[in-house]
Design a protein around this ligand. Structure first.
Ligand code: PMP
Length: 373
C-alpha cells in the first residue's frame, strides 16, 4: 500500500481528533457585543504613553526580557492595593499572556495525568480545554437555577471528586454571578481537606465590574496558601489585544507557576504596554464605573420588558429565555448587532457597549423579539 503523501497520518492525540479550535465568530459587524470586550478604545493619552513605552522597550529588543518581570509585578501590586484595598508583595503576583495562559500554568503545575479539575456549570467554556490540554480529568458540578453556587453542594462535590484544582469564576461567565465570601470560604475549607491537597482559583476576570458591596476573593488570600485569584487587563483596562492576565496568591503558589512557564514567556513589549496602561488606572477605572452604570440600566431595561435577566456583576448580561434563541441571535446579527449564543438553553449574552451600541442592541431586540419599545 502506498502512503497518502498528500495527507500523511499525523500522530494527533486521540482526544483531539475532530475538534475545532475554541473561539466566538470574528465577524465584521457594526456593533460587536459578543466577547465582553471593553467598548472604549484606549484614550490618546494612553496611546501616547504606550507608544513611548514600546519605543523604549524596542531599543533593547536584542536582549531577552526580564524573565521575572519585577517592575510589572510591583506595579500590579500597587494597582490591586488601590482597587481592592489588599496589599500584596510582588512575590505574590504572577503574569502571563492573558488569564487564559495563567490558567494553563495553574493546570500544568497542579493538574496532570491522574489528577482532576472541578468547576461548576454553567461556567467559562475554556476551563475544560485547559484540563484537556494538560491531560487533567475534568468534572463539573452544577450551579443552582439562579446560577448561584450552593456551598453544601460545592463541598459535597469536592469531597466526592477529590480534585487537585477547583476553578471558580466570580463574576461567572456567562451568567455574571459573583460568589459571596461564605461560599468561597466553604470551597476553601473543603479543598483544604482533600488528601494530597487542592488549590482553588477564583477567576476574577470581570472583578472590577462587581457591584458596590460585592467582595473580592483577594481579601481571603491571607491565611489561605491554596487560594489564587486571577485577573486580566483584557476587560477593565480595555487591553484585550495586548494579552495580559495576572494572578495573586501565596509566594509558594507563584513559585510553582514559575517552574512550568516557558522561559521569557512575557515579552518586553507586553511588559512595557502593561506598565504604561497601569499608569492610567484612575481614568480607566472611571470608565469602568460608567460601564457598571450602563450595565445596571440595561438589566432594568430588559426586566421592564418582561425578560428574565441574571443579576450581573460583570460587563455583560445574560438574558432570556427564548424558545428559539438562535433566531433571536440571527435577527440581531441581520441588524448589525453581534451578541453571543451561550449559556443554558434559551439564554443569550450581550456585552455592555457604548451608550450608542447599547441603544442599537435595544432597537434591534425590540424588533426581533417583538418587545414594547
Ligand atoms: N476568564 C473568564 C471568566 C473569561 O470570561 C475570560 C475571557 N473571556 C478569560 C478568563 C480570559 O481572558 P484573557 O485571556 O483575555 O485574560
Amino acid at each position: 500500500m502506498t502512503a497518502d503523501l498528500a495527507r500523511p497520518a499525523l500522530p494527533l492525540r486521540p482526544e483531539l481528533a475532530g475538534l475545532e479550535p475554541y473561539g466566538a465568530p470574528q465577524l465584521d459587524v457594526p456593533v460587536l457585543l459578543n466577547v465582553n470586550e471593553n467598548p472604549y478604545a484606549p484614550s490618546e493619552a494612553v496611546v501616547e504613553d504606550v507608544a513611548r513605552a514600546v519605543a523604549d522597550a524596542t531599543r533593547t529588543l536584542n536582549r531577552y526580557p526580564d524573565r521575572d518581570f519585577v517592575g510589572l509585578r510591583e506595579d500590579l501590586a500597587e494597582y490591586l492595593a488601590v482597587e481592592s484595598g489588599v496589599r500584596l508583595a510582588p512575590e505574590q503576583l504572577w503574569a502571563a499572556n492573558g488569564s487564559n495562559e495563567i490558567m494553563l500554568h495553574v493546570l500544568q503545575a497542579f493538574g496532570g495525568p491522574g489528577r482532576t479539575a472541578l468547576s461548576f456549570a454553567p461556567t467559562y467554556s475554556m476551563y475544560p480545554e485547559y484540563a484537556r490540554d494538560t491531560s487533567t480529568a475534568w468534572v463539573e458540578g452544577r450551579r443552582e437555577e439562579d446560577f448561584s453556587l450552593d456551598p453544601d453542594a460545592a463541598r459535597a462535590a469536592i469531597d466526592r471528586h477529590a480534585p487537585s484544582v477547583v476553578l471558580l469564576a466570580s463574576p461567572n461567565n456567562p451568567t455574571g454571578t459573583a460568589l459571596p465570601t461564605a461560599t468561597v470560604l466553604a470551597v476553601l475549607d473543603a479543598a483544604a481537606r482533600v488528601p494530597g491537597g487542592c488549590v482553588v482559583v477564583v477567576d476574577e476576570a470581570y472583578g472590577e465590574f462587581r457591584r458596590r458591596g460585592t467582595p473580592s476573593a483577594l481579601e481571603l488570600l491571607d491565611g489561605h496558601p491554596h487560594l489564587a485569584v486571577s485577573r486580566t487587563m483584557s476587560k477593565a483596562f480595555g487591553l484585550a489585544g495586548a494579552r495580559v492576565g495576572y494572578l495573586a496568591a501565596s509566594p509558594a503558589f507563584v513559585d510553582a507557576l514559575r517552574v512550568v512557564r516557558l522561559p521569557y514567556h512575557l515579552s518586553a513589549v507586553t511588559q512595557a504596554v502593561a506598565r504604561a496602561a497601569l499608569r492610567h488606572a484612575p481614568s480607566l477605572m472611571a470608565q469602568v464605573g460608567s460601564l457598571r452604570d450602563q450595565r445596571d440600566a440595561l438589566v432594568v431595561w430588559l426586566r421592564e420588558r418582561g425578560l428574565q435577566v441574571a443579576d450581573s456583576d460583570a460587563n455583560f448580561v445574560l438574558f432570556g429565555t427564548f424558545d428559539d434563541r438562535r433566531a433571536v441571535w440571527q435577527g440581531l446579527l441581520d441588524r448589525g448587532v453581534l451578541i453571543r449564543e451561550v449559556g443554558p438553553q434559551g439564554w443569550l449574552r450581550v456585552s455592555v457597549g457604548t451608550p450608542q451600541e447599547t441603544a442599537a442592541f435595544q432597537d434591534a431586540l425590540t424588533q426581533v423579539a417583538g418587545l414594547t419599545a
